[in-house]
Design a protein around this ligand. Structure first.
Ligand SMILES: [Zn+2]
Length: 57
């Protein structure tokens, strides 16, 4: 085990976690990303409907 405290890139708190951000921020970002992802997908679908599906090359 190589657990040691490190500083979270998002909230700047010192905690033990994996990666560069703590679990709390990971969870927060994940939920935000899900919401954003949904919006982006909706926008993309609108675009596709308006433009027609672009042919793949
Ligand atoms: Zn954090």
């Amino acid at each position: 085990m190589t657990e040691r405290k490190q500083r979270c890139m998002v909230c700047a708190k010192e905690k033990t976690f994996e990666g560069s951000i703590c679990e709390e921020c990971k969870a927060m970002i994940r939920s935000e990303a899900t919401e954003k992802g949904k919006k982006i997908r909706q926008e993309a679908e609108k675009e596709i409907r308006r433009e027609g599906i672009p042919p793949k090359k």
